[in-house]
Design a protein. Structure first.
Length: 321
């Protein structure tokens, strides 16, 4: 059983992380909750049958807490991650919170100390993506090219704070990281491509071409075409926005697959088509927290790092500064 401190609740608490923690209660136990609004912490603590914490540092120093889940650091910024890292306690950084911690000094400290700082890259863990990786290993073979669409998705917030808009760099970074996870190698080049409508007029869609490193086993370097929509800078009250993979066509050595995350995948091998709706599979938020728990408890399961997030954002910044 992993004993965890919960820092912040964030806009995805009720819809996504609370159900995930309930499903993992036999493996992961929340011991204390901290939120800048004390009444929210008290309600969540009562729900989770733990105690509200008066401060981040005091909670981090508790002997009965082995790791932390940061859903919202609010004005504390990177303090929770730094404090936990210095104490040798792993941290899960949920969703867009992770970008606030992607600092060179924190990445270096994590690498040198060996403390896990896992960003919540939900796009890697959707049921459709997990199934694709199984099929690549068993039926489809090595990916050769990908056509992928990334877009911002607006969701209803459970907090009163306005959400942050998604910028183009963030959209591109999500697509690049997803492709890196699926292909298994890193990108080597990126360039913006023309994206015009049928009559030659400019459209709201932006396109980028990438090339990835050749796999160690040999073969051609995989190529990727990324399509995004120009993000809307305005975010209405009581909503928050997340970057998502909307669709992906993955051509492999022995077949191909079309994904519409989080649940839909259609794949073809030898002219036989199979459509799967993976609605009964575990949601990505539960899988992420499960992997974090297993890693902290001594498992060898691979998890993403801040370096992965930094690499994708740095590459995206070449064409979307």
């Amino acid at each position: 059983m992993l004993q965890v401190g919960l820092i912040g609740l964030g806009p995805e608490w009720q819809q996504r992380y609370r159900p995930a923690l309930q499903n993992l209660r036999n493996r992961l136990q929340i011991r204390s909750v901290f939120a800048t609004v004390s009444s929210q912490a008290e309600v969540a603590a009562a729900d989770l049958k733990c105690d509200p914490a008066p401060g981040v540092v005091g909670m981090a120093e508790r002997d009965d807490i082995q790791a932390f889940i940061v859903l919202d650091s609010d004005w504390h910024l990177h303090v929770p991650a730094w404090t936990a890292c210095r104490l040798g306690k792993p941290v899960f950084l949920a969703g867009r919170q992770a970008t606030r911690f992607c600092r060179p000094d924190l990445r270096r400290f994590s690498a040198e100390s060996g403390v896990t700082l896992m960003p919540g890259l939900a796009h890697r863990y959707t049921p459709a993506t997990s199934r694709l990786r199984e099929l690549i290993a068993t039926r489809l073979g090595r990916p050769q090219s990908i056509e992928i669409e990334a877009a911002p998705e607006s969701l209803t917030s459970t907090t009163d704070k306005p959400g942050l808009p998604v910028d183009l760099q963030e959209l591109l970074a999500v697509a690049i990281d997803w492709c890196t996870c699926v292909i298994g190698t890193t990108p080597t080049s990126i360039a913006q491509a023309a994206a015009n409508g049928s009559n030659g007029a400019p459209t709201a869609e932006l396109r980028y071409d990438l090339e990835f490193r050749r796999p160690q086993a040999g073969g051609e370097a995989p190529r990727v075409a990324v399509s995004t929509v120009q993000p809307n800078a305005a975010v209405s009250h009581r909503t928050y926005v997340v970057p998502v993979i909307r669709r992906a066509l993955v051509r492999c050595a022995k077949g191909q697959a079309i994904l519409e995350p989080p649940h839909q995948i259609t794949w073809d091998v030898n002219n036989a088509r199979v459509a799967e709706a993976l609605t009964s599979d575990r949601p990505e938020f539960e899988v992420m927290l499960d992997h974090f728990t297993r890693r902290v408890l001594g498992g060898l399961i691979p998890v993403p790092s801040l370096d992965d997030l930094h690499r994708a954002r740095e590459f995206a910044a070449r064409v979307a500064p």
